[in-house]
Every structure is written in C-alpha cells, then in structure tokens.
Design a protein around this ligand. Structure first.
Ligand code: SAH
Ligand code: TYD
Ligand code: ZN
Length: 405
C-alpha cells in the first residue's frame, strides 16, 4: 500500500522488518508445508500523521477458531480490567437499562465484572476459541467482526449503547472507516467510545519495535486519533496514559460538542507537537535505534552461545515473532520458550520454529539466562520467579535497550 488506509494521503515508509509470519501462527511440531509470510513495514501518513503498516494481513488468517491469545493470563491485566469495569459502573453505566458493548472482549476479562454487576452487555469477538471461554463465564458474546453491518444489527435488536469499549483491539482493525460508521450507528447520543492501545510515544521512547506485528495495524498518537475522530464527526474528549503493555493511551471519544474535553487532550497534543512525534525524521531515528537494538541482541546471544550458556525465552508473545524473525533468533540461540498458554504449548513459534513448553520446563532445570519476551509483564514475572534469580539465573531484556539484570 502506498496511501493512508484512513485518509488516502501519501504514506512515507520508514522501517522494514522484512518477511514475517503470522505472529500467532504457532505450528504443530510435525508441520510440513508453507507458512504464510508477508512484508512487515511501517509508514506514516503525510496528511493525517497516522503511523500504520504498509501491508495488510487478511483478518480471517489471524482471528479465527485457533486464535490462542488469552487476556486473563496476567494477574496485573486482570486487575487492570476489573478496575476499568468498576470505573465504567460509576461513570457511564449508572442506570439499569444502560447497554455496554465491547469489541474484542477475548476471554471476558473486562465484561466479567459488568456481567456480575447485572449490566446489559454484549461482547463482539470474532475468535471463537476465546469467545467460547467468555460465554462459559455467563457473558453474552457475538462471534463476529465488529464493522458497520454488525453495529446496525446490534442497534436494531438491542438499542443504543451508552458505552462502546475496546482494549488492544482498535489498533488491530485496518477498516476504521467501517468501525467509526458502526460506532455512529450504535452509540447513544451522549454515549462514549473508549479505546486503549499501545502509545506511539512509548514505543519510540523504549525502542519497543516488537509492538509492530501483523495484528497491530495502527500505532496511535493523540494527534492522529484526534484527527481521526474529527474526520468521522466525533471529538476526542479525554486521553489518559496507562502503564500497561509497555505504555498505552486510553482515548475517550464522544459525538462532537457533547462533552467538555479534559485538559489532558490539549496537554498531550502540545507535548507531541514539541517532540515532533510523527515527523519523518523522528521515525527514521527510531528505526536506527531498532537496528542497533537488533545488533546488540544478536551479539549478546551469540556470545552466550559461544560461552556454552543456556538461554531460554520467557513468554511466547505475539511481539516475540517480530524479534525472533527480524533478528534471526532460532532454536540455536534460544532453546525453547516457556509459556502458560495451553494452545501455544507443544508447538513451534511462527517462522523461527523454537519449541514452546509449559512453565514447568523453565525450572527443570533453570537456564543460565532467560530472554524476557513478555517484557511488558516484567514486574509481575520477575516478582514471581525469584527462585530463578536465587539459582543464579539472569534476565535478558531488550527494552528500552539490550541489558542483563
Ligand atoms: N481486549 C483484550 C483482547 C485484545 S486481543 C485485551 O485487551 O486483552 C485483540 C482481540 O480483538 C482478539 O481477541 C481478536 O479476536 C479481536 N478482534 C480482531 N478484530 C476484531 C473486530 N473487527 N471486531 C471485534 N474484535 C476483533
Ligand atoms: P502479551 O505480552 O500479553 O501479549 P502479545 O502476545 O500480544 O504480545 O503476551 C504474554 C504472553 O506471555 C502470553 O502468551 C502468556 C505468557 N505469560 C507467561 O507465560 N507467564 C506469565 O506469567 C505471563 C504474565 C504471561
Ligand atoms: Zn492519513
């Protein structure tokens, strides 16, 4: 693609990660055949400043009955979404007939609290594997992709929604025009569309290049989201920085003129302007840092291999697909990856073909080094794996730069 997926403006490419597999395409060990590969590259729109992928992966290849990612695998995230739901109960969902819709509800990590509180709700979740888990918790879920047609159907059968919420989902959806038309059809006059996604400023500051993979199509900034909202007749009325997943922003969008914008919107817009966040030079500098980070990681892993040290990966994240395939890290450098997700265990990581093993394998015996692919959960993981450090083990982190702790 050479033009912006949102406004049709010219796209300037600034970073190429080469050919990459589906980030959640874990393979059976006896798998023979071709994996799906595509070119993973980043561009920025000269007109609306939206940072986006240059190539789109068909959605049914990523989000289907085999989608393995479970949101509830982290205790920090469980708390985060419970707190989020409780806040909505106090602010937006105050009447018994209010209706809440969540896009990409996954295993029900957020809706669980709303359902328990008796709130009328609906999850829209195309990946049947995870939607079924939410349903077993008593949550109402439609196994569908949210888009304009889905929104119209929901509006017809359920009426308007006071809250439309999405976490780590809107940035996954290239067809945002259809999403916004859908929100327009479904949202109550005074309702809000709230979504949170990784923040471009944090990605750049931390050289967190592994946030770039097939599922993450957009890399939002307050500037680009404010422009996008306006384009579709909405207004950005709040922008709140969140510490989760390495740094995110929660955007609150209302119909134009319906709510007074919080001061944080203007503050963050000004800060992004000063930092020239979406200027091509800033983005090119980011990519030079990415190349340096890759070289540093490969140098360290090769040195450890030459010294005969054992190195395993921790967390078979979607993000790690970009690291492993861009840096050329295979089972020769990282012997296996430990992960708690049942549908990843016993399989091979996409493209790089590193075996994924259950958590028990990590301590049987502890390796000399653990490469923390799930760095966004570092605090939680390092706190519960104290025995690894006591046994002499060391963590390798590549965020914000390659280092050992
Ligand atoms: N909200 C959860 C899950 C994020 S993963 C969390 O924050 O942890 C992204 C989810 O979005 C996946 O479960 C995927 O199946 C879903 N998804 C992808 N495209 C979608 C669409 N068009 N409408 C609704 N959900 C979608
Ligand atoms: P996450 O970083 O949340 O997302 P993504 O896959 O989108 O990059 O994924 C965390 C992965 O790490 C997930 O596969 C579960 C795994 N994990 C563990 O193995 N142990 C843990 O303690 C935690 C928190 C996660
Ligand atoms: Zn654009």
């Amino acid at each position: 693609m050479t033009s912006c997926r949102i406004c049709g403006g010219r796209l300037h490419e600034f970073g190429d990660f080469g050919t990459q597999p589906l980030s959640s395409g874990f393979l059976e060990p006896d798998y023979i055949g071709d994996e799906y590969f595509f070119r993973l590259a980043l561009g920025v729109c000269a007109s609306c400043s939206m940072v986006q992928l240059m190539e789109e992966v068909p959605r049914h290849l990523m989000f289907n009955g085999h989608y393995p990612y479970l949101s509830s695998g982290s205790s920090v995230m469980r708390k985060h979404f419970e707190r989020t739901a409780r806040r909505f109960l106090e602010t937006e969902l105050t009447s018994p007939d209010h209706f809440a819709v969540e896009l990409g509800c996954n295993d029900g990590i957020m809706l669980k609290t709303l359902a328990e509180a008796g709130v009328r709700h609906l999850g829209v979740e195309p990946s049947k594997s995870v939607a079924d888990i939410a349903r077993r918790l008593g949550i109402r879920v439609a196994t569908e992709f949210f888009q304009e047609s889905t929104a119209n159907e929901i509006r017809e059968t359920e009426g308007p929604a006071q809250l439309i919420y999405a976490a780590n989902t809107v940035c996954h959806i290239p067809y945002l025009d259809s999403i916004f038309r859908g929100v327009d059809a479904l949202l109550a006059t005074d309702g809000v569309f709230v979504f949170e996604d990784p923040y471009l400023a944090d990605i750049i500051e931390k050289t967190a290049y592994d946030q770039v993979y097939d599922e993450h199509f957009y890399f939002f900034s307050v500037t680009s989201v404010a422009a996008m909202a306006k384009r579709f007749g909405f207004e950005l009325v709040d922008a709140e920085r969140l510490p989760v997943h390495g740094g995110e922003v929660r955007y609150t969008i209302a119909r134009e003129g319906r709510r007074t914008p919080a001061p944080s919107v203007a503050e963050l817009l000004a800060r992004e302007e000063t930092a020239q966040l979406t200027h091509l030079d800033t983005l090119k500098t980011f990519f030079r840092n990415v190349e340096q980070s890759r070289d540093d990681l490969v140098t360290l892993l090769k040195k450890l291999r030459a010294e005969g040290r054992s190195v395993v990966g921790y967390g078979a994240t979607a993000k790690s697909a970009t690291v492993a395939n861009y840096c050329g890290v295979g089972p020769d450098l990282v012997s296996f990856v430990s992960d708690t997700t049942p549908n990843k265990q016993g399989r091979l990581t996409p493209g790089s073909h590193i075996p994924v093993r259950p958590r028990e394998a990590f301590e049987d015996p502890y390796p000399d080094y653990a490469l923390l692919f799930a760095w966004n959960h570092a605090e939680e993981i390092i706190a519960k794996e104290t025995r690894f450090r006591e046994a002499g083990g060391r963590w390798i982190l590549y965020i914000p730069h390659v280092h050992v702790v």
